[in-house]
Design a protein around this ligand. Structure first.
Ligand SMILES: [Zn+2]
Length: 218
């Protein structure tokens, strides 16, 4: 029998600040045991990440799916991994990672079972059009547009909600990837041969990433 989530998670809704601090101490000790020089000899003296990881804010994955440790990857997470050229956080993150930190890889990694995508796919976005979720409602416009542009092919391909949502996740990575590589900071660095850009999809059911068709620039 599978253990309950409460048996394998470190913290829970019941955890308070002392629990967080204690958990952090254990994590730091464990990390130091595994890599005695990591904090003291490397992270204490700055960062030189090789990769910028752009992913969805979803709790089930992050740059650690690449097997990396602190100091390797600069990360930016956003709901449904949307990349917008008019978003100052997006532009600042790209400028810092590419022009200042000099990463040589940019990874745009979407994922299966994305809440933002499923909200639009199951027509639940309308319910967010209220004062408590108004920003989220507006934010998801882009995902809703994607859904409406592709709904015929998605519904024709399968009746299975999980597969429909997976197809939209792939289409979303392709759409955001196109926008990402069109941003001048990225475009110039690619042209100078300084970075490669990859679009990936993380599967929350297996922990594996796969390359998204057409989403590579080098
Ligand atoms: Zn998501």
């Amino acid at each position: 029998m599978s253990p309950a989530v409460t048996d394998i998670f470190t913290l829970s809704h019941n955890s308070k600040l002392p629990d967080l601090l204690e958990a952090n101490e254990k994590w730091s000790e464990g990390m130091t045991e595994q890599h005695p020089c990591l904090f003291r000899d490397f992270n204490a003296h700055g960062q030189a990440p090789h990769t910028l990881f752009i992913g969805c804010s979803d709790s089930r994955y992050n740059e650690e799916c690449l097997g990396v440790i602190p100091g390797e990857v600069f990360t930016w997470k956003t709901i449904a991994n949307l990349v917008r050229s008019d978003d100052p956080t997006c532009r600042a993150t790209l400028e810092f990672a590419i022009n200042v930190l000099k990463v040589n890889k940019v990874v745009l990694c979407g994922h299966t079972d994305c809440g933002g995508i499923k909200t639009c796919l199951t027509h639940q976005r309308e319910a967010l059009d209220n004062p408590e979720c108004g920003h989220l409602y507006s934010y998801l416009q882009d995902v809703d547009d994607l859904f409406h542009e592709h709904k015929q092919e998605v519904f024709a391909a399968t009746d299975d909600l999980q597969l429909q949502s997976r197809m939209l996740s792939v289409l979303n990575v392709q759409r955001q990837f196109k926008r990402l590589v069109a941003i001048d900071t990225v475009q110039k660095a690619v042209a100078r041969g300084e970075i490669e850009v990859y679009g990936l999809l993380y599967d929350v059911a297996t922990g594996l990433v796969e390359q998204v068709p057409g989403a590579v620039e080098k």
